[in-house]
Design a binder for this molecule. Structure first.
Ligand code: URA
Ligand code: SF4
Length: 226
């Protein structure tokens, strides 16, 4: 069967072990043209976890999520919202860069449903090893992966949503209590907050207004954690 599931070692306890396994994933065709798998990174005990779309050109080259322009903007927005950019975990719905070659340029292509579905087991595996209080869903691709195809970011952005009531296949996401690693086993279920993707801010006609909207949404998360 296609998809990432068969590449996930059931005995992988840690995110490092998952990351190592994800390097060899061939769960969809995206591994062929991309340079490498870009797995999630950051503070594994973060109270806030961000889910983006897929690595961009720079992320594909460096092997790290959110190291390009969108990542820079996101970190600034996180900081401006009153969250600590040093204590977040960042990942993507799809872990290989999808692009189209135009001459020498690699032009970003939005992942299709087939890629989101194929890659979803990595996201599920990550969440089973994280204990976020809030999961920030950045843009439509992440929303599709976590909330299903009918969710509209534009309508429900900036609202704290219960987990897993509106999530697709919520049973996938039941969080495994981990205490061996010194993590709280009694963590309440995460809540979700959807907002626009930082790349959408960079593309907006009115960038200042779009940025302000992103910060306003993230402030809702910051207040909930205060
Ligand atoms: N955009 C994303 O969604 N993820 C990244 O890692 C970089 C840019
Ligand atoms: Fe595997 Fe996801 Fe990469 Fe597809 S995009 S090959 S499912 S890691």
């Amino acid at each position: 069967a296609p998809g990432a599931q068969r590449f996930i070692p059931p005995e992988a306890d840690t995110l490092d072990e998952l990351r190592a396994a994800a390097a060899g994933c061939r769960g969809c065709e995206l591994y062929r043209d991309a340079s490498q798998t870009v797995f999630g990174r950051g503070d594994e005990s973060a109270r806030v976890v961000f889910v983006g779309e897929q690595p961009g050109d720079m992320e594909d080259q460096k092997g790290l999520p959110f190291v390009g322009p969108a990542g820079r903007l996101l970190r600034k927005a996180v900081d401006d919202a009153g969250l600590d950019p040093g204590h977040i975990y960042l990942t993507n719905a799809v872990k290989h860069f999808r692009f189209e070659l135009r001459g020498k340029r690699r032009i970003h292509q939005t992942p299709d449903r087939v890629h989101i579905t194929a890659c979803r087991p990595w996201l599920v595996a990550e969440f089973a090893r994280l204990h976020p209080e809030i999961v920030v869903v950045l843009g439509a691709t992440a929303a599709k992966a976590l909330l299903g195809p009918t969710f509209r970011v534009t309508k429900q952005r900036g609202e704290l949503l219960p987990w897993p009531a509106s999530a697709q296949h919520p049973e996938d996401f039941q969080q495994v209590p981990v205490d061996s690693a010194g993590k709280r086993a009694d963590t309440p279920p995460s809540r979700l907050l959807a907002t626009i993707h930082p790349s959408a801010v960079l593309r907006a006609d009115d960038q200042d207004k779009a940025y302000e909207g992103l910060v306003t949404d993230l402030t809702v998360a910051a207040r909930a954690l205060a």
